[in-house]
Structure formats: structure tokens, C-alpha cells
Design a binder for this molecule. Structure first.
Ligand code: THU
Length: 126
């Protein structure tokens, strides 16, 4: 699975976003070490704080299905001229499950892969 393919899956997943408050659709696709891919979307709530981001939805789906080892996660938001960068809570969730993984983001159609450690260099890791 290439980074481009994973980003394509994340972009398609975005259509399932539940975002009546922001109208900002986000899709994520997480690639497990065994090759399986789980998607996620942002799921908003009228009490804004209860919103779940696309990244965490994807991670939680995969973890709840027994997956523990991950290669990369791609994130696609509605904006095209800048990366849809994971929020602090999602960085923490990514840190928990894939501190050595990669985060794939897109800007103006150009796909870029970041080592997660670049995004949260001082994350707490046992
Ligand atoms: N959002 C995500 O799902 N992932 C991100 O990386 C950035 C933000 C969602 C949260 C909220 O539903 C909407 O995008 C606007 O912030």
C-alpha cells in the first residue's frame, strides 16, 4: 500500500463525516502492520467537546478489532491548501499506539509523510 493509496482511502472516507456544526469533513485511514486498513471520520456533538476526530475514530476502530501494530495514518480534511494537522488529543492517541509510525498529510495535492516523532518529539513513551 503506497502513501498515495492510503490518502485516497482517507479522502473517500471523508464523505461519511458527521460534522453538522463545523461542516469541515475529515477522513482518516490507518494502515496496520498486517496490511489491513481501517477508516475513520470526525463525529461531532452539540456539546462540541464530545466530538471525536477522524484519526481517533480510525485508531479506536482498529484497536477495538484487536490491532496493536500500525505503520501509518493518512488524514484528509476539506481544506486543500494546507495540511489537516492532527489535534493535540489525536497526537496523544497516535503516540500511544504508533510512536514509530508515520503520519501522511496532503497540501495542494502533494502528499507528505512525516515521522510521528517529528510531530510530537517529546511525547511520553515507556
Ligand atoms: N478534525 C479532525 O477530525 N481531525 C483533524 O485532524 C482536525 C480536526 C475535526 C474536528 C471537528 O469536527 C472539525 O474537524 C473541525 O475542527
Amino acid at each position: 500500500m503506497t502513501d498515495e493509496e492510503l490518502m485516497k482511502i482517507a479522502t473517500k472516507a471523508k464523505e461519511g463525516a458527521y460534522c453538522p456544526y463545523s461542516n469541515f469533513h475529515v477522513g482518516a485511514a490507518i494502515l496496520c502492520k498486517d496490511g489491513k486498513v481501517y477508516t475513520g471520520v470526525n463525529i461531532e456533538n452539540s456539546s462540541y467537546g464530545a466530538t471525536n476526530c477522524a484519526e481517533r475514530t480510525a485508531i479506536f476502530k482498529a484497536v477495538s478489532e484487536g490491532k496493536r501494530e500500525f505503520e501509518a495514518i493518512a488524514v484528509a480534511g476539506d481544506q486543500i491548501d494546507d495540511y489537516t494537522f492532527p489535534c493535540g488529543i489525536c497526537l496523544q492517541a497516535i503516540n500511544e499506539f504508533m510512536p514509530k509510525g508515520r503520519v501522511i498529510l496532503s497540501r495542494n495535492g502533494e502528499i507528505r509523510s512525516f515521522d510521528f516523532a517529528e510531530l510530537l518529539p517529546f511525547g511520553f513513551r515507556l
